[in-house]
Design a protein around this ligand. Structure first.
Ligand code: ADP
Ligand code: MG
Length: 291
């Protein structure tokens, strides 16, 4: 995949998004191979990656928080990210979601969408959902209303001004309620849920938008052991349907859910492999796991 091709694809995609038209080849032919890369709303994963970062750098007041960071994630993969505090894990998510602009480097969603060309809200609409550490549900609303609200594009509309779900959306809501273990709590106020349940509800709200890639920052922090175990179960059911990037410190949780673990340190990848492999790596033991 050459940078030229990437550039070209991104330009065409931007043009198509602007005009709102379906993918046509420049020669005016029928969709041909091009539709594969440029149908709006679709991410081209034909190169086997849904997320691709190369040589990304960002400094804050001269301090290199992200330093030549390169990594990629396959479609449907559940990637775990570990590393000491200050390693740059949250900053990496800020960059992927458009909250922070890198000083240099490449960040692609699939092989054609150059994320550095998009604003934060546009990136969410492209299908990248993000869960911050703290749950941010609407405490005064019920579980159902929170999920319903997740579909609204204009969140300022008063929740009581009901907008009607179509049958596909209702089915999806019911399915998600089940997935996040809140089917018995539909009419409970979100404010009355346990910490773990609030986290699940927020994940459910993200799922309502059917994201292709989900970024989750320390999702089980503060959860009870039982909630943590249920969250592991939940993530394993999401794997394959969505691609996930999960930052966590809880090693037993990581052990349950992980295939490949990436260790970040000083803003770049220190090691990568199965949990057993990275746990046996001297450099990882030195900077993170301790002796
Ligand atoms: N907006 C910012 N301004 C200044 N420094 C920042 C900012 N965001 C992060 N940092 C610094 O960048 C480093 C990486 O932080 P962070 O990404 O939060 O690490 P992690 O999530 O791995 O603990 C830290 O030293 C942090 O203080
Ligand atoms: Mg962090």
């Amino acid at each position: 995949m050459t940078p030229d091709l990437l550039e070209d694809g991104a330009r065409r995609l931007a043009k198509i998004a602007q005009k709102g038209e379906q993918g046509k080849t420049e020669s005016g032919g029928r969709e041909a191979g091009f539709s594969r890369v440029a149908t709006p709303g679709e991410v081209d994963v034909s190169h086997g990656r849904i997320l691709y970062l190369e040589d990304v750098c960002v400094s804050f007041d001269g301090f290199k928080a992200i330093n030549k960071l390169s990594l990629d994630i396959a479609p449907g993969e559940l990637r775990c990210i570990i590393g000491p505090n200050g390693a740059g894990k949250t900053t990496m998510m800020d960059i992927i979601t458009g909250k922070t602009r890198p000083d240099s480097g490449t960040v692609f969603f699939g092989s054609t969408i150059d994320l550095l060309r998009y604003k934060e809200a546009e990136i969410a609409q492209l299908g990248i959902g993000r869960k911050f550490q703290k749950p941010t549900v609407f405490e005064q609303l019920t579980v159902f209303e929170n999920l319903e609200l997740a579909l609204k594009t204009d969140k300022r509309v008063v929740p009581s001004m009901r907008f009607k779900l179509d049958s596909r959306q209702s089915d999806r809501l019911a399915e998600i309620l089940h997935t996040i273990h809140l089917a018995d709590s539909v009419s409970r106020m979100a404010g009355n849920l346990s910490h773990g349940q609030k986290q699940w509800l927020e994940i459910g709200m993200l799922l309502m938008q059917d994201p292709k890639l989900l970024l989750l920052d320390e999702p089980v922090a503060g959860m009870t052991d039982e909630e943590t175990a249920r969250t592991a179960e939940l993530f394993l059911t999401l794997k394959g349907k969505h691609s996930l990037m999960v930052v966590e410190h809880d090693m037993s949780f990581i052990r349950t859910i992980s295939d490949i673990v990436t260790v970040l340190c000083d803003g770049s990848v220190l090691a990568q492999g199965t949990l057993d492999q990275v746990q046996a790596d001297e450099r990882v033991i030195e900077v993170y796991l301790g002796r």
